[in-house]
Each structure stands twice: as structure tokens, then as C-alpha cells.
Design a protein around this ligand. Structure first.
Ligand code: AVI
Length: 339
């Protein structure tokens, strides 16, 4: 999910038009697509917040419980006072757990959230500032993929960089590596990365354990991306509403159905919008034809094994120090030091 650098409403519209045409003007039979960053207008961001509270979307609560149980241990591993920097911080909903743990052993913590959304950062700064008087929030509005960012290191402190929420899974493998290498370039040995990833399911298995090894079913994973209340479906379709508003296109969102599928070969969930009947949509002066059942591929959410996480970390210059997985084997958080 790569969002272009955007500095005005006009350039935002140009970027949306460019990417929408690139993804939708395909020869018949070729997969149409839209970039996942188009989900996140105001309504899309609110829908995503709602997704994180759904019973089927185990990712957020599982990661939160891992952080709640191990925050002290994570901070203790750092050995000296820390500053926390967070990529794609959003509203920093889970970060308080780590800040609280850090405040047990140091009077003040400099927290450096980096996010493309100024409003999310404002909310994070207000909430954390009110809850933790010892936390100094230094927000940076930046797209950590396409733009330069800085990480400050107070004297005698180490940087603990957070990249949690399985956000890395929304990027293809080559980009995952590029993101972590870019982050690594900001760090020095002794600094660390805390990476949260969603784990791949075991095909053909129910949730449970075999020979001490926990596994998650494909059914559980699919339900997380196709909830009973239809919030994820609304999130997926909202991308079309967003396009209509920005570009004056005439998508009828009700004529695109939500589909989530597990692509085992690529170890990823894919979300698609499926054309309900043959139809033509007008966008940017073009007539775009959809055959009945044809799909727009709107998102990938890559799933990892403990081994693929370790390989990714090693290739980007990190050495694992602590690997945490919940008892059901659904989600994993790894603390890795800059090597
Ligand atoms: C933001 N990201 C980690 C979410 C995910 O699970 O890939 C986005 C999402 N898409 C559908 N539901 C949630």
C-alpha cells in the first residue's frame, strides 16, 4: 500500500485519478485493482476503528493482550531509558501499554509518532498527554514510505521503534523489506524494533494445537475479513464512495459485493469488490466495463510464520531478542535489536 506524497487537495485528486485509471483501465481478462490507501478517508478510518473492535477481528485484541502481558519485559530488555518512535501510529491506541511500562523506570518518555494523518496524531497527542503527564509527544506528519522522517535520540537513551498492528502485512514482500531497511538506517546497535504481525493459518486444520504447536484455521482468518455485521464489507465498498466523491465517478457501491479470500500460495488475505452483473462505470472521461462477477482487487493482507518474520528481520538488519505469540497461535510480536 503505497500512498503518493500529497501536499494539496488538487494533487490528492490527481494522485487518486492516476492510480484509479492505472488500476482500472486493464485489457479484458486482466485483474483490475485499486490501491488500499483509498480506504482511508474520514469514513473509512472510522470504519477501520470499528473493525478493530469486532468479535471476528482478533488481531487488535490479541496484540493488545500480548503487549499488556509483556510490556515490562519488552522495556526491561532495552536495558537503559528509551524513547519510543512509532511508524503509522494512527491514534496510538495500544502504545499506552508500553509508555506506562517505560515510565516505571524513567521519569519522562519522549514519544515520536509518525503518521500521514495529522488528525489521528492530534488525537494521539491529546489522549496520551492527558493520561501520562510524563510522556512528551513529538508527532511528525509524514508518509513513512515515500517521505523522509527523523527519529530523535535523547542523550543516553535507546530508540524502541514500534511497527505494530500487522500494518507491514498490507505491503508486498519487497516493500516490507524496504520499509524495515529504511527504519534500520535511523537506528544504531542497541536500538530495537517491535514488530507485530498476523500469523498464517494452517490449511485443513481447526483452531487448536497439535504436538504442542498452535494453529489457526482458515475459517477464523476469513471471518476476520468478512464479519457478520458487514463492517468490513462497508469498509471495502467505501473505497468506491471515496472515488465518486473525489473524481465524480458513478460507481453504484450496492452493485459491488465484498469478497475476502485466502491466497495460500502468496500467504495473504485478498479483498475484492465483485461486480454484481455486467455494468459500465464512468471515471475521468473513461467508460470502464465490468463483466458479471469480475473483481476489483482492493487489498492484500500478508500473513507470516514465525520463520518468515525472522528471515525478514535478519534481511533488514535486526536480530530477534524476544518472540511473543499468544497461546492460540493467532498473532506474533517480535522484539529485535539493530544488529
Ligand atoms: C490496517 N491493516 C493491518 C488491516 C489488515 O488487517 O490488513 C486492514 C484491514 N482490512 C480489512 N480489515 C482490516
Amino acid at each position: 500500500m503505497t500512498r503518493a506524497t500529497i501536499d494539496s487537495t488538487a494533487t490528492l485528486r490527481d494522485a487518486i485519478l492516476r492510480e484509479a485509471l492505472e488500476g482500472l483501465l486493464k485489457p479484458a481478462g486482466e485483474q483490475k485493482s485499486l490501491p488500499a490507501w483509498l480506504f482511508y478517508d474520514e469514513r473509512g478510518s472510522a470504519l477501520f476503528e470499528q473493525i478493530t473492535t469486532l468479535p471476528e477481528y482478533y488481531l487488535t485484541r490479541t496484540e493488545r493482550s500480548l503487549l499488556a502481558a509483556h510490556a515490562d519485559e519488552i522495556i526491561a530488555q532495552m536495558g537503559v531509558p528509551v524513547t519510543l518512535a512509532e511508524l503509522g501510529a494512527g491514534t496510538a491506541a495500544k502504545t499506552g501499554l508500553l509508555l506506562r511500562a517505560a515510565l516505571h523506570s524513567q521519569p519522562e518518555v519522549l514519544y515520536q509518532p509518525i503518521d500521514v494523518s495529522a488528525s489521528a496524531l492530534r488525537e494521539a497527542a491529546e489522549t496520551l498527554g492527558a493520561e501520562f503527564p510524563g510522556v512528551i509527544v513529538a508527532p511528525q506528519v509524514a508518509n513513512y514510505i515515500t517521505e523522509a522522517f527523523t527519529i530523535e535520540r535523547p542523550a543516553q537513551q535507546r530508540v524502541l521503534a514500534l511497527y505494530i498492528g500487522s500494518s507491514i502485512g498490507n505491503f508486498p514482500p519487497a516493500e516490507q523489506l524496504a520499509i524495515l531497511r529504511k527504519l534500520r538506517a535511523h537506528l544504531v546497535p542497541g536500538d530495537a524494533l517491535l514488530l507485530g504481525v498476523d500469523l498464517a493459518p494452517t490449511p485443513g486444520q481447526e483452531n487448536g494445537r497439535t504436538n504442542g504447536h498452535a494453529h489457526k484455521s482458515v475459517t477464523t482468518l476469513l471471518a476476520a475479513y468478512d464479519d457478520a455485521a458487514g463492517v468490513t464489507a462497508a469498509f471495502n465498498r467505501n473505497m468506491l464512495v471515496h472515488l465518486n466523491r473525489e473524481l465524480g465517478s458513478d460507481f453504484d457501491p450496492a452493485r459491488f459485493l465484498h469478497r475476502a479470500l485466502w491466497n495460500a500460495a502468496q500467504s495473504r488475505i485478498e479483498m475484492h469488490l465483485v461486480s454484481d452483473g455486467a455494468q459500465t462505470v464512468h471515471l475521468g472521461g473513461h467508460a470502464i466495463h465490468f463483466a458479471d462477477g469480475e473483481t476489483i482487487h482492493s487489498e492484500n493482507s500478508c500473513k507470516f510464520t514465525v520463520e518468515t518474520v525472522l528471515t525478514l528481520l535478519a534481511r533488514s538488519g535486526f536480530k530477534p531478542a524476544l518472540s511473543l505469540t499468544d497461546p492460540a497461535g493467532f498473532f506474533s510480536v517480535t522484539l529485535a535489536t539493530a544488529s
